[in-house]
Structure formats: structure tokens, C-alpha cells
Design a protein. Sequence first.
Lengths: 256, 255
Amino acid sequence: MIHRRLVSEYLVPAATLVGALLVWEAATHALRIPRFVMPAPSAILAEGWDWRYRFLGHAWVTLYETLGGFALSIAVGVPLAVLIVYSPVLRSAIYPLIVLAQSVPKIAIAPVLLLVLGYGEIPKVVVAFLVAFFPVVVDTATGLAATPPELLDLSRSYRASAFKTFVKVRLPMAMPFFFAGAKVAITLAVIGAVVGEFVGSDKGLGYVILSATSYWKTELAFSSMILLSLMAIVLFGAVALVERLVCPWLTPAADE
Amino acid sequence: MIRLDGVGKTYRTRRGDVVRAVEDVTLHVEANEFVTLVGPSGCGKSTLLKLVAGLTPPTAGAIHIREQPVREPFADAGFVFQQPVLLPWRSVLDNVLFSVEMLGLDSRLYRKPALDLLELTGLGGFETKYPRELSGGMQQRVAICRALLPDPSLLLMDEPFGALDAMTREEMSLELLRVWEERRKTILFVTHSIPEAILLADRVVVMTPRPGRIARILEVGLPRPRTMELEFDPRFKAVSEEVRGLIFARRSVPR
């Protein structure tokens, strides 16, 4: 049983990936595709290896822009969700604004933000935040509103304070929803940081992609892209891990 | 113990319609009495329980518990709903302790009584499980333990076995009676099952819908402890016929 699961869960996807890379590699050589149109995986790998020390610095910049935006999206998104759920007045005041903020294309805001906030990392953090905070607010608000009315009646019948009910019932009830939003937010934050870098920067993985393409260094652009994807996957995994630690009741117990 | 005098409740729906949920309900319940409320859905049974619990104020009449008018939630009551509504992140034991925690009592002092209750309801050994690892019937037992733990003098049960399969349902009814024999308290029990209402109760309150009114209050003169065999007792049948008559007679009358 364990053996079969290992094959289907890891071996099959890994073999598919390796197979696709081999076909790609063979195709670039056989069809003589110019390296600036579609470089071979081996060339991408080699270029990435050459750049390994320089990449470290750029990756670090993009990482903290991403994490900054993500942290901000939670710091702002969760309190907003609480306000929306607890106050009908604030709900009708804030909700349209949030939807409006969401509907503005972030790429369109980025140049304006750069103009206002300058050339440094701050505008990238802000773009990442703007892209990421919507799912946090909406999912957390949905979660806070998902408490069964019977449980609220129960808390009230025990004369528990609204704060106690919030801490002991509503907040934990909203946790799975919050994490669903946070998992979307972290991947969006990576996109936001890169978009910010595209608009104007001199460091970060988005900057590397942009400058590499303007010098026809497609291998470098590709290896930077791969690094970005890896970063997004690792960050997503980290949020999922925190979720498993915070909400252990969601992970099914191991089958006996 | 509980006195409802001419109690009525009307409320307005979001669309502005006025709904008369309960009208002119007068009911006196003795201490340690087991009273069931039976009637078709929409007859305001659940509203009545909320009124007694002080979760919502009546729009007419007065409710007294132990001669005190009910103005706010009455903390000496336990609630059991149709759904167990347990907290999925808490173990069975911590779910049972939830009631005393919300009451602001020291939950450490209640660990032993909580374990005793779980033992009494056949859940011994399950205290560290999560709710989703339990069957529907077991989850409902946890909800009953949670309501019983602070040892309230009043238990309000809103179709507590309504979501369970027929066999579990019978089993749970008898179990509830067994627990009640051991720890007497006043129980108001809402159901739409006529046999269940009769099997459990000292008195059956038959209600009619829209607005919810009391059609009649029937004395169930059957001996205790009760068993499922009682369903074949002629006296059980007589009461059951009468309840059916009260509920369905009005329906055949064209309005």
C-alpha cells in the first residue's frame, strides 16, 4: 500500500517532469532553436549556477518585499474583517471600498505608487500588500460569519461576553477560512513584489528578469523565473505548515 | 419552576412581514418535570425555548422562572440543539468543559465531573478524540454532556435527536431517561415525533402552527422507568391517537 502511494504521489509526477525536460532539451538541439528564443534546460541551469551568488542578493530583496506585503495584508486584512463582521454600518462603509480597491488593476497603480513613495522597496511592499489583502479580508470575514447561530445562542445563554465569544468561538471557527485566504495571499504577494520591481527598480528577481530580457539573456530570465516559482512554492508550503500547526484538527489522523 | 402566562412573540422579517411565531401560551412546569412540546414544523416550538432561555424577549405576556421574571439569558439552563454544534478544534473533553468555561467557572475543577458524565453516557475513553472522529449520535451525546456539566436545574432541548437515524434515536431517548432518573432536572423537550414525545414526557404539550398556540396539554400516565415496549401499551396508543387527532384534525379543515 505504502509502496503504491509512493509511486503515484511522487514517482509519477517526478518522472513526468524529467521526461518533459528531456523532450525540451532534445527539441532545442534537434530543431536548432536560437538560445534567446528558447534556451535548453541545461543552459538555464548553467546560467543559474553561474549567477548563484548574485541571485542570493536579488532573491533576498524580492523575499522581503513579498513577506512585507504579506504581513501587512494580514495586519490590515484581519482587523478589517472583524470590523466588517461586527458592525453593519462599517460593513456598508468599508466593503464597497475594498471591492473598489480590488477592482483597480494593480499594475496600473504601481507606477503611481512609485511616483509617490519613491524608488526603494516600500512601493513594492505596498503593491504586494494591495494584491494580497483582498483574499485575507474576504475569507476571514466569511469565516467569522460562519459560526453556527446555535453556538452564539449558547454563548449568550451562558452570559459570556462578546469578547470571550470572539476569542473562544468565532476566531478559531474562522481559522480554516483565514488560512485559505492566507495561502492565496502569499502567492499573490510574490506577484505583487515582482510587478513593483517591473515598474522601476535596480534589484530583485523581477528586475533581473526585466534587464536580462533587454539584453537577450533569455537563460538568465528563465533561471530567475524558476527561482521565483520555487520561492512562491516554499512560501506557500510554509503557510500550509503553519496552518497544520495552528489547526491540527483539520489534518486527518493517520489511518491505523 | 417555569411559568408562562399569555406569552406571545411576533417579529418582523427582513421583508417587513409580521410573523406571529407564538401566541397566548400559558404553561406552568413543575420542578423536575419532563415536558415535551410536539407539533408540526413552524408552530413556534423553538421560539418558545428561546423565550424561556431569555435569549429573546416576549412581545406579550410574562415568563417567570422560580418566581423571577426572565429578562436576560438564564444561566442555570443547558441548551441542546438539533445539531451538536461542537467546536471542531477541541477534544471531546474540552468540548464538554466549554459550558463551564463560558460560564466563567474554573474548568480544572470540572475535569472529573466531565469524565464521569462521559462515562455515564457511554463515551468513556473518547475524551481525547476530536468531534469529527465521532458518529452523529456520539457527537450529540457530547453536546448533552456539555449542557449537563454545570448541573443546571433546567434543560432546554430543541429536537435534539431530530438529525439522528431511527435506531440511534430510540437508544438516545432511553439513555436520556436513564440520565434524567439519575440527575433529576426540569426538561423542556421539543420534538416532532409523537412517539418520542409520549415516551419521554410527564406531560405532552400539543401545539398548532401559525400562530403557535397550545392545542392541549396531555397528562401521560405511564409508569416509569419506561421502555420501548410501552409503545404497544393501550394507554400509550390512546395518548398517541389523541395527539394525532389534535394535530391533524385542524389540517383537514379548509381555511
